[in-house]
Every structure is written in C-alpha cells, then in structure tokens.
Write a protein that binds this ligand. Structure first.
Ligand code: ATP
Length: 154
C-alpha cells in the first residue's frame, strides 16, 4: 500500500502518513484503532484534504464489503456460492437467479457482496447494476435505470 502512495506522492513521509490513515480507516470498520496495534498516528499536516480518487474509493469499498462477505449468513452464503460458481462455469448452466425474501433479510447485502466479489476477481468482472426505477438505481453506486441500460446497450 505504501508503494502505491509513494508512487503517487513521490515523498516517503507523505506516503507513510497516507498509508497509516488508510490502515486506520480499515481498522475503524472493525472497531479497532491504530493505537490498538501500537501504530503511530499519521501527521495531519502530511495528509491531503479528503481525496476523491480511485485508490481511496477502492479502499472504502473494500473496507465496506470485504467484512460483509465473511459475515454472510448460511442462506446468503448458499446463494452467493451458487451464483459465483455459475458465473465462473463455462458450461451451459442456468445463469439467471431471482433472489426474493421478506424485507430486511439481507438481499441488498447479498447483491453488494456479489458485486464486490466479482469486481475483485482476477481478472475483474464487469458488473452492471440495474433497477426498474431511477430512484432504486440511485441507491446503488453507479447503478442504472434498466431502460437506460438497455438504451446504452443498443
Ligand atoms: N449476514 C448478516 N449478518 C448481520 N447483519 C446483516 C446480514 N445481512 C444483512 N444484514 C443487515 O441487515 C439489515 C437488512 O439487510 P438488507 O438491507 O441487505 O436487507 P434487504 O432484504 O435488502 O431489505 P429490504 O427488503 O428492506 O430492502 C442491514 O442492516 C444489513 O446490514
């Protein structure tokens, strides 16, 4: 991680501060702090004001979804595994899934985990999220209204 920051800043102190901040952000998701691991607190003066770049976005997304994939319950895990296997299967297997369940049972969480896991495969998969209404699509990062997606595909 520090190498990535160092390439960006070309400055080892700033790279160290940015790395510590990123590690601190990841730890915070797990209820821990840098202090818990005897790591130093990054010098604020060396940090950029909040950076909106791809690396930080990727770290945020990983911090959000990586723990959720591990925490899927048995039913979510069954669906998750089945879909992941089907995506990777080159045979002519069914690849259309309909996930349903009462409210609050973890469907959205499951979709998020699938999206994140597929985008983080090597090589990464492209994932297009669509919803039937613009309002629903707006709840997802980079999701599209299904009609707009069809229009783009044409
Ligand atoms: N495996 C899990 N372990 C713990 N909490 C979970 C798990 N899956 C989902 N949750 C939590 O349960 C809540 C409801 O999850 P989610 O929004 O994914 O459900 P949903 O089925 O999409 O709900 P709705 O139908 O109302 O949109 C969220 O706070 C989510 O973080």
């Amino acid at each position: 991680m520090m190498e990535v920051f160092n390439r960006r800043w070309q400055d080892v102190d700033r790279a160290r501060a940015s790395t510590l901040k990123a590690i601190g952000d990841l730890l915070r998701v797990h209820g821990k702090t840098l202090h818990d691991y005897n790591l130093p607190i990054p010098d604020d003066r060396l940090l950029e004001p909040e950076l909106d770049n791809q690396l930080f976005h990727a770290i945020d997304v990983a911090a959000q979804w990586a723990p959720q994939v591990d925490a899927l319950n048995a039913q979510q895990r069954t669906v998750f595994d089945r879909i992941m296997v089907a995506v990777d299967d080159d045979q002519d297997v069914a690849k259309t899934f309909y996930v349903d369940g009462p409210e609050g049972t973890g469907k959205t969480t499951l979709y998020g985990c699938l999206k994140w896991a597929l985008q983080n495969q090597r090589p990464p998969r492209e994932v297009l999220c669509v919803a039937f209404t613009g309002i629903a699509a707006s709840l997802w990062d980079s999701a599209l209204d299904v009609w707009i997606a069809v229009w783009y595909a044409d």
